[in-house]
Write a protein of this length. Sequence first.
Length: 135
Amino acid sequence: MDQFAGLDKQALSLWLDVTSRSVQADGPDLTARQTALMLTVYLEVGPHTVRSLAHKLGVGKPAIVRAIDTLGDAGLVTRVPDPHDRRSVFVIGTQNGASRLSTYAASIARTIADIAKLDLHVTETSFSARDHQLA
């Protein structure tokens, strides 16, 4: 049974593709929380603290600390001391983490381009068929 069609199916297929690549990649399988934290660190302007990440993601600080520990152990993020407050640390990305995300980004971009080509082909075919009917 095909529950999804069109753009919904394409979007979910893209999600499946990215998730499958993540599972197949070297390194740890990341949870949704870890992935969201990592993307937040890399894509949003910092500084990122445990408190700010917990607030942004809507989860408790202990969950954020566990996610940072896992990502840190994998070399995907690191903690650096806040130069103005020694009690606080900033969470920043690493070269390893940036490389991993770049690989996913390239895969996503290729898939989006393939979807766009397919959509263009379908549109062109539809217009061609309509033009033949009108002729």
